[in-house]
Design a protein around this ligand. Structure first.
Ligand SMILES: Nc1ncnc2c1ncn2[C@@H]1O[C@H](COP(=O)(O)OP(=O)(O)O)[C@@H](O)[C@H]1O
Ligand SMILES: [Mg+2]
Length: 613
């Protein structure tokens, strides 16, 4: 019935009218006032503005005006500025491949004009006065105004109710606008910004050094606590500031990443960051950072996303390794006593850079022969491995030896066997979190989950090295809901997943069947485990996951395989865990760098009670 209707109702093919094409295109990039603002401010930056003024009304819903003192647009080009696919920024594919401006698609103004009331008033250096133009006009009209461009956008989405509906409260939209402005302003500290909402001036960021801009936006405290990042190899450069692990945050709200001056979200780099902090940052704590990666433009594709929120690296493995190694090094140094010199160093480097060239500008393009322009993985960061190990691990032998005196006296109720148990004999589980144990010399408190996680991690490592990872087939496969992306990952990487002990398969367009898992993880939450592994897989790709990122993968697996808090353990189970810990290398540190146990000798306890004093 419906098929017949559809056939009868067939309409002939027509080319869409221009305005409708722009309205459709606007759907991709113009989501809310903040997206309009991003496009307008990027244009002002591309025009070489030194000061940009932003005027919002009702959080940008009623009005967004961006006024700059850049190059301006000559009157004969004003109508082109509003034409789709018209740009002054590139003229050929090679230019696209090495584009350094923020814009290049020539679509933003046309799209915005199609879903709002937009007017451009602009005066270029040669013109005796300004000219104004809008979509409704056929000719520009003479206007007054200084050199530069003034763009007014009013009544966004008034004619597009479907979009209008999705706008939130004014305060929310204003928040998005400010977030967008912060991201843009960090990338160009040499440009001043004045922001008004209604009559109220809400931001005034003076032009200055990157460090000053970071202070203005992230606050003094971040800069005082921050660690300076400044490292480059031939084709890559990473600069900026990251928070010390001790100054981490509960939310991921202070994270700014720029690739060649463009704010982006990038999974490769986020993952590299997380790995660099993995051993020192506990659980779900988030680092704060402002990082600028500069890369030879032909090695990165910025034309991936219409709103340019993402980029694609030609060699993401190399970028991952570079970022991870650089940050691991920076973080490792933070624990070395240099607190005095760090802030002043940071100050020096970041302010200086501003004099010569803003840090965020694209890295000067070296002229490379095509064969040279490939990044390689062969640039291990010298010394980084030592640095991490030094800061996060204590040799396992130290506590061991300290606990077992050379001439261990035999005390009444401690038999010889127990003398060899540095972690003692479990006596109770405390609040479902800790194991209390009586040791030869006092008492110990062990963090159950952290300790087990470490044990499982080391066991997995050994098993995988020896390729003897035993798997356990599930009698009844676990079916879990999944995204299409997860299902695709499973289908693509079936054999790699098998190598790490998983048999997963698609059970439908949006579900995955878990058929086997590594035997030592079979008791955990299998769904969370599978999800964690797939997430790692999506983040770094299978080849990196099985080679340089293997420990990250094992840590994910171990975390899901380890006993959770509030699981009741029997004394036997607790003792078994203690014995495993003793056998496990580095069991005194969990995978997040936290200690797994503490010990008090009888002396320490006696002191607490002032015994014998
Ligand atoms: N603030 C501005 N100052 C000077 N020229 C501008 C400004 N905004 C837009 N333009 C001109 O209008 C053209 C079209 O802008 P837009 O639609 O954003 O496309 P794109 O930025 O991708 O080129 C730009 O290429 C530029 O020449
Ligand atoms: Mg633009």
């Amino acid at each position: 019935m419906t098929v017949v209707n559809a056939m009868l109702a067939r309409k002939s093919i027509c080319a869409l009218p221009d305005l409708l094409i722009s309205q459709i295109a606007a759907g991709e990039v113009i989501e809310r006032p903040a997206s309009v603002l991003k496009e307008l401010v990027e244009n002002a930056i591309d025009a070489g503005a030194q000061t940009i003024e932003v005027r919002l009304e009702s959080g940008g819903i009623r009005r967004i005006a961006v006024i700059d003192d850049g190059s301006g647009i000559p009157p004969e080009e004003l109508s082109l500025a509003l034409t789709r696919h018209a740009t002054s920024k590139i003229t050929s594919l090679p230019e696209l491949e090495s584009v350094a401006s923020m814009g290049f698609r020539g679509e933003a103004l046309a799209s915005i004009a199609a879903v709002s009331k937009l007017t451009i008033t602009s005066r270029s250096g040669q013109a005796p006065h300004a000219w104004a133009f809008s979509r409704q006009m056929t000719q520009p009209e003479a206007a007054s105004g200084a050199i530069g461009t003034w763009i007014e956008v009013r009544d966004l989405f008034d004619d597009v109710p479907a979009r209008r509906k999705f706008l939130r409260a004014e305060a929310t939209e204003l928040g998005h606008c400010l977030g967008t402005l912060e991201r843009l302003a960090l990338a160009v500290p040499e440009v001043g910004f004045r922001v008004f909402n209604g009559d109220r001036a809400i931001k005034n960021w003076l032009p200055g050094s990157l460090l000053q801009r970071i202070k203005q936006i992230l606050g003094d405290e971040f800069v005082q606590e921050g660690l300076l990042v400044e490292h480059h190899t031939g084709l890559l450069r990473l600069t900026g500031m990251v928070s010390r692990p001790t100054a981490s945050r509960a939310r991921a709200d202070r994270q700014f990443l720029f690739v060649n001056g463009r704010h982006v979200r990038d999974r490769t780099i986020s993952h590299a960051l997380r790995s660099a902090y993995a051993d020192v940052l506990h659980g779900d704590r988030q680092p704060a950072f402002v990082l600028f990666l500069e890369i030879e433009p032909s090695l990165v594709d910025v034309n991936v996303h219409p709103a340019k929120h993402e980029v694609r690296f030609r060699d993401s493995g190399a970028v991952h390794q570079f970022v991870k190694n650089t940050l691991t090094q920076v973080i490792a140094q933070s624990s070395v006593a240099q607190d005095e010199s760090a802030p002043s160093q940071a100050q020096g480097a970041l302010t200086q850079a501003n004099d010569a060239q803003p840090l965020s500008q694209p890295y000067p393009t070296p002229h490379l022969a095509p064969t040279q322009s490939r990044l390689t993985l062969s640039e291990p960061w010298s010394g980084s491995a030592h640095a991490t190990n030094r800061s996060s691990y204590t040799p396992q032998t130290a506590p061991h030896n300290a606990w077992v005196p050379a001439h261990a006296p035999l005390v009444d109720d401690v038999n010889t066997e127990q003398v060899d148990w540095p972690l003692g004999r479990a006596v109770a589980q405390v609040h479902g979190v800790y194991i209390l144990s009586q040791t030869h010399q006092g008492l110990a408190l062990i963090d159950m989950h952290a300790a087990h996680e470490r044990v499982v991690y080391e066991q997995l490592k050994i098993a995988l090295e020896g390729q003897t990872l035993p798997t356990q087939a599930l009698l009844v496969p676990v079916i879990m809901p999944a995204s299409e992306v997860e299902v695709a990952l499973v289908q693509e990487h079936t054999s790699s997943l098998e190598k790490i002990g998983f048999e997963l398969s698609a059970a439908g367009p949006q579900s995955i069947a878990i058929r086997s898992v590594p035997a030592m993880l079979a008791k955990g939450d299998l769904e969370a485990l599978a999800r964690g592994v797939l997430k790692d897989l999506a983040d770094v790709g299978v080849s990196a996951l099985l080679t340089e990122q293997r420990n990250t993968l094992l840590a994910t697996m171990a975390c899901h395989g380890a006993v959770r808090a509030n699981r009741r353990l029997t004394l036997e189970e607790m003792n078994a865990l203690l014995r495993q810990m003793e056998k496990t290398e580095r069991a005194d540190q969990c995978n997040h760098g936290r200690p797994t146990w503490v010990h008090w000798k009888m002396n320490d306890l006696d002191k607490l009670f002032l015994r014998g004093q």
